[in-house]
Design a protein around this ligand. Structure first.
Ligand SMILES: [Zn+2]
Ligand SMILES: [Zn+2]
Length: 93
């Protein structure tokens, strides 16, 4: 039965890197929703511009390391920018 315990522990650290929390290495359950700006005018092979898109941080995090605000999650780096992001959304209304 000792082997089962060892295997159980090992499995925890056998997740692919992007499924682990970036801060504590536990299983990631959330991605940072912070808006990190625009993806600029990439062109296709015919020289036609591809529409600009918004990019998200998408840093993987666990429940304990995320900062929740409504339906959004923010990493430790971006939670300081939360007010700026919220102000931007209010401008659109
Ligand atoms: Zn974590
Ligand atoms: Zn982030």
């Amino acid at each position: 039965m000792k082997n089962n315990i060892i295997n159980g522990d090992f499995k925890r650290f056998d997740l692919p890197m992007q499924e682990r929390c970036a801060y504590c290495q536990r299983k990631a359950t959330r991605l940072c929703d912070a808006d990190i700006g625009l993806i600029f005018d990439a062109k296709n092979e015919k020289g036609i511009k591809i529409p600009i898109q918004r990019a998200k941080c998408s840093l993987p995090m666990c429940d304990d390391c995320t900062t929740r605000y409504g339906d959004l999650d923010f990493c430790k780096r971006h939670k300081d920018e939360l007010k700026v992001i919220l102000n931007r959304k209010e401008d659109k209304k």
